[in-house]
Design a protein around this ligand. Structure first.
Ligand code: ADP
Length: 581
């Protein structure tokens, strides 16, 4: 724009002009300067264009000026300015298609060439359109129409001078026209780029408000912070009050201040990109969750500036939490359902130490009643009684851990040990169904990070399903193989049965909630299992065996692996954000 402004040619050639010519030229120069100032401060075209016409009309009282704008999308003329032309005459032009046959302005705009009509009485070029008769009916006799071109030589409009007398433009008139059309082109260009900028800003604002995402910049050296309107809205900040880091800190939930400060220190020193989620506390006590992404850039002086986006994810977060609660409910129901299937097994597990206790206690009594009393023997039986008591208590504790409701945890889990525990619990159930269990657990398996009880629930579901799938198989051994192994970055557990198997058609449905082929089934075991495994960043899949039966496998990234570390971090973050232990 500045370059454009300086490109305006100097005012009309003064030459050895007469005094009033000089005065007029000076007036014109001052007028042009004033017009450029109007353009520079952003006055609208509705003000600048009439002023431009008047400048010419003041320079020559015989001139009646008109500016027509070109609407590039519709190829029609639009109102520009014509402060002195008969209104009815000018009004007839707006909205007209731009056509070389319509009149000198249409021809000038279409051909990008100046059209001079020195005497309408002798002009026949546009007679077909009726232009001459109509123009003469308003008392006009000459018309000089010049296209207004942009820097890129696009037609922005036409600048026309009409007179009530015949006449052709002089050299000075042409200079004046050239100068004023150039000025008009600067004004129109500026107005159009302003409008385009305003439009794109309003699109951006609209998009920010729709996506509840605002943008910000942070100049690290000066701590200067710039926020978009949407950030002011999200953080409920007053746009009139300058924002500092302290203003932002005031909105951060007290529990998040330390981690934000740590992040700021890191950002200041390494200049790397960051992404985080924060809990914010609004002045009315409500809580908002925001997701922040930013990357650092350096200006030509090497100064670090962060540019980023802040998204209000409160709704998503709350729905996520609600979903999590619903999932946990469902998982609990699934666990309690499997409890029914395990009754016999559980009874057996508890009964074993109980009968041990009774046997030991009776033996002890007998030893004490003998003559002489066998005190050493009685002490030994009492010790065994205590051991069996502990065993029973452990079984109950394991059951309680597995079947009571509790918050999801993030802990080190030895999948071999967790699998063994479940298998032990199920042993008599499997025996009752004549299932032969083979455990092939790899040695030295790395631990995974996650919720032990949830993962045990998955193993339990898979073992129960496998056992049920074999309940009607009588022509082959009911063999159940549980295998664990290291599979690249994952720890993998396979549960392979020799049951009814799965078909290509139903394999895609197995994991759908409430899909079941069993008369007493609920169809939630596998869908809950899959969501548990996925929340551990793992995968649960089903495959038909080469021979009879099916294999269900889940794999979870192990602790040494980056994904798992990220999971551990996210779990810890979640725990700190929700206040859970
Ligand atoms: P439910 O056991 O209540 O039916 P699940 O979600 O655990 O619910 O299982 C859904 C369905 O998947 C079962 O009804 C069964 O058709 C199929 N399925 C699960 N495990 C096996 C398996 N080991 N062999 C064959 N089909 C299976």
């Amino acid at each position: 724009m500045d370059e454009e402004l300086t490109r305006v040619r100097p005012a009309v050639d003064m030459g050895p002009a007469r005094r009033d010519d000089r005065r007029r030229a000076n007036g014109l120069l001052a007028g042009e300067k004033h017009l450029l100032e109007m353009v520079a401060v952003g006055h609208p075209l509705s003000v600048v264009l009439p002023a431009l016409c008047r400048l010419v009309e003041d320079a020559n009282s015989e001139y009646l000026c008109s500016i027509l704008l070109v609407d590039p999308r519709a190829a029609v003329f639009e109102h520009g300015a014509a402060p002195s032309l008969p209104p009815a005459y000018y009004a007839s032009k707006a909205g007209r298609p731009i056509h070389p046959e319509s009149g000198p302005c249409g021809a000038a705009a279409s051909t990008k060439r100046q059209m001079i009509v020195s005497d309408l009485a002798a002009e026949t070029r546009w007679d077909a359109s009726g232009w001459r008769a109509f123009t003469m009916s308003h008392g006009l006799r000459s018309c000089w129409s010049t296209p207004i071109l942009s820097r890129a030589q696009e037609v922005l409009g036409t600048f026309a001078i009409y007179r009530r007398e015949p006449g052709a433009p002089t050299r000075a008139d042409q200079d004046l026209i050239a100068q004023l059309t150039h000025l008009a082109s600067i004004a129109i260009d500026r107005a159009r780029s302003d409008a385009a900028l305003r439009r794109s800003e309003s699109f951006l604002a609209e998009a920010q408000s729709l996506s509840r995402t605002g943008s910000f910049s942070w100049r690290v050296a000066t701590d200067e912070i710039t926020l978009s309107d949407e950030v002011y809205r999200i953080l409920q900040l007053d746009p009139k009050v300058p924002v500092t880091l302290a203003t932002i800190d005031e909105r951060v939930h007290p529990e998040g201040i330390a981690s934000l400060a740590e992040l700021a220190v890191r950002a200041r020193t390494d200049g790397g990109a960051f992404e985080c989620e924060h809990r914010m506390l609004m002045p009315d006590g409500s809580v908002r969750y925001v997701h922040v992404v930013a990357h650092g850039t350096r200006d030509q002086h090497g100064q670090l500036e962060y540019i980023g986006a802040i998204q209000d994810v409160t709704q998503r977060r709350l729905s996520g939490e609600a979903l999590g609660r619903a999932r946990a409910e469902l998982a609990h129901i699934a666990r309690v359902t499997s409890l029914g299937a395990l009754t016999a097994s559980i009874a057996h597990e508890v009964n074993q130490p109980l009968s041990g206790i009774i046997t030991n206690a009776s033996t002890g009594l007998r030893m004490l009643a003998s003559d002489p009393p066998n005190v050493d023997g009685a002490c030994e039986t009492l010790r065994r009684t205590i051991r069996d008591g502990h065993r029973a208590a452990q079984v109950i504790a394991r059951l309680r851990a597995l079947f009571t409701r509790r918050e999801p945890a993030s802990e080190r889990v030895d999948l071999n040990e967790a699998t063994r525990e479940v298998a032990t619990l199920m042993l008599s159930e499997l025996q009752r169904h004549r299932v032969v269990l083979r455990m092939q657990l790899a040695e030295d398996l790395p631990v995974v990070f996650g919720d032990r009880v949830q993962l045990q629930q998955v193993v339990l579901n898979l073992l129960l399903n496998a056992s049920e799938a074999m309940s009607e198989i009588d022509d082959r051994p009911r063999e159940l193989v549980v295998r664990s192994r290291l599979d690249g970055p994952d720890v993998r557990v396979d549960v392979q049965d020799a049951g009814t198997g799965i078909s290509a058609e139903n394999v895609s449905q197995l994991f759908d909630a409430f899909y079941t082929t069993k008369s007493g089934g609920m169809g939630i075991g596998l869908s809950v299992s899959r969501s548990i495994i996925e929340s551990h960043h793992g995968r649960l899949v089903a495959m038909a065996n080469d021979g009879p039966g099916a294999t269900f496998s889940f794999s979870i990234p192990h602790r040494g692996n980056a994904v798992n570390r990220a999971y551990a971090y996210a779990a810890a973050q979640t725990a700190s954000m929700t206040g859970a232990a």
